[in-house]
Each structure stands twice: as structure tokens, then as C-alpha cells.
Design a protein around this ligand. Structure first.
Ligand code: UDP
Length: 491
């Protein structure tokens, strides 16, 4: 889910000389599934316990593997970080391994990712050379995975980076599920070109999982399909409740806001120990944020499909002249997302656009690169920023699901987001947020202004948003669906 830059667009090395670092097995503890009882009805909690019981019996002696291509950055890593420990807490031996690639491999897989979203990306080819290199890298990874797997283990492969592993692991006798986290509502030839590249691999999977029904591909008529929307962990450092004083202290410690905070910038880590915000964000700005200024916030990977340039224009042209709000565009430090070669370029484009703004507009836009030295520190910074926002926006041009939307809704924030993909499953327009056409900057600006100008309506919408996430998009629902699907496949 990242972008890399190697040679001319589309120029791909052959299969020979693929030299990769070892597969990474992400170290994870266990988390108690019982925790969800706090946010579920008794009936929902009982159903989850029953799913866990069936899974424990059915999977006994088998390992349930998740395989993707980055341990940090983006929605898939975000979900695995908590779903895998909760599955372990439920008594299932769940694990997570990260395959490796080289620059050419990640350029090809980013191309696939972009095309699955309907965007040509770097414009490079998905030709025979690309296929040869893609398969060569995955053959190396498959051989290494097979050393870890028992033939009766169950494997879920995530996203285009791992699709080519389906036949290689099935040949070994494993039950293999492939999960696609991206897609578009209306496929075109660009999208279909990615499907054609990947179909020969994924067609053979024991099941294919999509985030929303509209993303299901043509050509999978003979494959077992499941629709499992993503979810958030309400107890994760990213989402747990932080009181306003702590929000101020955390934002002040990271250098994001001057607010005179006197409390310690501490937070609670997933293992229950105390953490402190110790690293500063890198910020491009010409004036400082203070505690009184309302802020409009988008937090995303630096990616053109998240449209940071569109957010910048929509805000400066349509929101800024009619409000006193500032814009905060935040994303991870660009050197840290392993499988995203385009992050650096997308981030520089936003910096360039900021430098071109008139001085009065530049003074109200803050570009924030969040430290990734400590992932839980990064998570608590995202948490604090989302809680501090008067309005959260997610003006993506394409979006598989948009965890950032669910995260903000859980925090009772009013959200303005693009009417596409899984965002439409989350937000009921006018009730639990506002949906906009991402190409209509004036419409985007009007929606943001509407929420900024009517705090009571914004508060009502935020409360409804929280309930929407509680009932539909928490990890408990997700895990239950997953355990039931795999249990069914094993029968
Ligand atoms: N995120 C983060 N730190 C950052 C920027 C983003 O942890 O500096 C997280 C964000 O909170 C969300 C995930 O990355 O949990 C992005 O998932 P989403 O589904 O919104 O988009 P994706 O990156 O998968 O396209």
C-alpha cells in the first residue's frame, strides 16, 4: 500500500537476482476478547463467546496465519495489530507474517493497488515482465513461508502484494483465503487490468473476502465469497478515550499546538504500561496553533488517492474565507511505510503547494508529519488530533474502507468524507456524517462550513456516528464474522 521509485515508470527487472530480507514474524501478545463486553449488549457478547468457542474447537492444533507486506502504516497493519491478539485471546493460535519485496516488486504492487482504485498510478505496465518479477519475488517468499506452515494451517493473504501466493500455498495443502481491502464502486478498464493480472492467482482461493459488496470482481463467480467490512479496536491506543487535558498535553509535547498544557503527555500502552510522548512532529507552518482555534483535520498516509492537495484547495478556497478555522493535514513520517514507494513524492507535492499559498492562507494550514519511532506514540498522536478536531475530513478520491472515518466517528467527531467505497457503508449522509463528491471542492467546503457553523448539529451527528460504529464496525463483529467463515470452511 505504498509507492516506490525505481528507474523509469514501468521498467521492471527480470526474475534473476531476487535477493530479499527475511520474512518478519510480527511479535504480538494476546488481548482479552472479554473486553468487548464493555461496549456490547449482553446478547452480542454471548454471540461472540459462542463464535470463539466454535473456533477453538474447529481450529484446534492448527495455526491461523495472516500474511501481508507491511507491519506498519495503513489500514491492514492497523487492524492486524489488534485482531490477531484478540483471536489469540479467544484461544486461537493466530499469527502474522510480513513478506518482503524489492523496489520493483513494490512498484508493481502499488501499480496494482492504484489500478484497483481506478487510477493508473505511475503509468507503468502490468506486462509479462511485471508478472515474471512479481511471481519470482513471491516464490522466494512462499518457500520461506512454507518452512513455517504445517499443511493443515489456515492462511489469510491480504491485498495484491500477496495474491500470487495463493496457488503456491494451496499446492502445499493449506486452506488459503485471499482478502482484498481495496476497490471501486464502478470498475473501468484500468480496474479490470488489475483484476486480469490477479485473477489467475485468486480464483483458486478457498474464499475471497471483500470489504463491501460493490467491490466484488467479475470472474469470481465460482469462488466462495465473503463480505467482511473492516473495523476498529475501541481499546487501542489509537481510539481509547483521552480526556481533554491529556489531549492538550500530548499535542503540546509533540510540538503541534501551543496551549500552555501543564499535565504530563502520558498515555496507556496496549500492555497496560505507561508511555510518554517523547518525539516531536515535523511541521510545515508559518504560525502556531493555539488551543482556541477550531481545526479541520485529515489524517492519512501521504498518497494522491487521499487527495491532500484537494483538501488544501477546498479548505483555502472555500472554508478559509468564511470561517476562522485552521487546517491540519497529518500523515506518518514518510520513511517508515515499507510497501509504499509513493509516500515521499506525495508528501513533497503537498509541501510545494503549501509554499505556493498566499501568506494569509499559509498561516492557517499546518502540514504535520507524525513521528513513527514508537508506533503507540504515533497512535496516541492520531487519537489526540482526531479528538481535538472540530471537523474531521477524509476527502479520498478512492477508498477501500477508510479506517480514519470510523476512528473519528467513534470519537464522536462530525466527519465530512467522500461518497465512495466503504465510506458509504459507514456514514449515512446527514445522520452520522456528511458525504460529499470529492471532485466538488465548493460542496466539500460547504459541508465543512455547515458543521463548523452549527456546533449543536455537529454534536448530534457525532453522537449518532459513535453509535453507528459501536453497532457495526468494532473488532468484535469483525472477529466473529472471520471465525465463522473459517469454521465453515473447515467443515
Ligand atoms: N495512520 C496512522 N498514523 C499516521 C497516519 C495514519 O496510524 O500518521 C493510520 C490511520 O489512523 C488509520 C490507518 O493509518 O488507522 C489508515 O487506514 P485507512 O483505512 O484510513 O487507509 P489506508 O492507509 O489503509 O489506505
Amino acid at each position: 500500500m505504498t509507492d516506490a521509485v525505481a528507474g523509469e515508470p514501468g521498467e521492471v527487472a527480470g526474475a534473476e537476482g531476487v535477493d530479499l530480507p527475511p520474512i518478519v514474524d510480527v511479535e504480538l501478545g494476546t488481548l482479552p476478547l472479554e473486553r468487548f463486553a464493555e461496549v456490547l449488549t449482553d446478547e452480542e457478547a454471548d454471540a461472540l463467546r459462542a463464535d470463539a468457542r466454535v473456533a477453538r474447537e474447529t481450529f484446534s492444533g492448527r495455526i491461523v496465519w495472516n500474511v501481508n507486506s507491511t507491519a506498519t502504516g495503513g489500514g491492514v497493519a492497523e487492524m492486524l495489530q489488534s485482531l490477531v491478539p484478540y483471536a489469540r485471546g479467544a484461544g486461537v493460535d493466530a499469527r502474522w507474517s510480513v513478506i518482503q519485496g524489492d523496489e520493483d516488486f513494490f512498484a508493481i504492487t502499488k501499480r496494482l493497488h492504484n489500478r484497483l482504485h481506478g487510477s493508473p498510478g505511475d503509468g507503468g505496465e502490468l506486462d509479462a515482465a511485471a508478472r515474471t518479477h512479481y511471481e519470482a519475488v513471491l516464490e522466494v517468499n512462499a518457500a520461506r513461508l512454507i518452512e513455517r506452515l504445517q499443511p493443515h494451517d489456515i492462511v489469510t493473504l491480504h491485498d495484491p502484494q500477496t495474491a500470487g501466493l495463493v496457488p503456491l500455498l494451496q499446492a502445499r495443502g493449506n486452506v488459503v483465503l485471499w482478502r482484498c481491502h481495496v476497490g471501486v464502486d464502478t470498475p473501468d478498464e484500468v480496474v479490470r487490468s488489475a483484476w486480469s493480472f490477479l485473477l489467475p492467482y485468486v480464483r483458486g482461493a478457498d474464499a475471497c473476502i471483500f470489504s463491501t459488496r460493490g467491490f466484488v470482481w467479475e470472474g469470481l463467480e465460482d469462488v466462495r465469497l465473503a463480505i467482511i467490512p473492516p473495523s476498529i479496536d475501541p481499546f487501542a491506543v489509537k481510539n481509547y478515550e483521552i480526556k481533554p487535558d491529556a489531549v492538550s498535553a500530548i499535542l503540546s509535547a509533540a510540538g503541534i499546538e501551543d496551549n500552555g498544557a501543564s499535565s504530563e503527555p502520558s498515555f496507556t500502552r496496549m500492555d497496560g504500561t505507561a508511555g510518554t510522548v517523547a518525539h516531536q512532529a515535523e511541521i510545515t507552518e508559518s504560525g502556531r496553533l493555539d488551543a482556541q482555534t477550531p481545526i479541520v483535520v485529515q489524517v492519512s498516509r501521504w498518497d494522491r488517492l487521499k487527495d491532500p492537495l484537494g483538501v488544501l484547495s477546498g479548505f483555502t478556497e472555500h472554508v478559509l474565507p468564511r470561517s476562522d478555522a485552521h487546517l491540519v493535514l497529518a500523515g506518518p513520517s514518510v520513511t517508515h511505510v515499507a510497501d509504499d514507494p509513493e509516500g515521499l513524492r506525495a508528501c513533497s507535492e503537498v509541501q510545494t503547494a503549501w509554499h505556493a499559498l498566499p501568506a494569509d492562507a499559509a498561516a492557517r494550514v499546518h502540514l504535520v508529519t507524525l513521528p513513527m519511532d514508537d508506533l503507540e506514540e504515533n497512535a496516541v498522536l492520531v487519537n489526540a488530533l482526531q479528538r481535538r478536531a472540530a471537523v474531521v475530513v477524509q476527502k479520498s478520491l478512492a477508498e477501500g474502507f477508510g479506517l480514519t472515518v470510523a476512528e473519528a466517528m467513534w470519537k464522536t467527531r462530525p466527519v465530512v468524507a467522500s461518497a465512495l467505497g466503504g465510506i458509504r457503508d459507514q456514514i449515512e449522509d446527514g445522520e452520522t456524517g456528511l458525504l460529499v463528491d470529492p471532485r466538488d471542492l465548493a460542496g466539500f467546503g460547504d459541508a465543512v462550513l455547515k458543521l463548523l457553523g452549527d456546533p449543536d448539529a455537529a454534536e448530534r451527528m457525532g453522537a449518532a456516528a459513535h453509535e453507528r460504529i459501536r453497532t457495526q464496525f468494532l473488532g468484535s463483529r469483525h472477529l466473529g464474522q472471520y471465525l465463522r467463515l473459517i469454521s465453515d470452511l473447515m467443515r
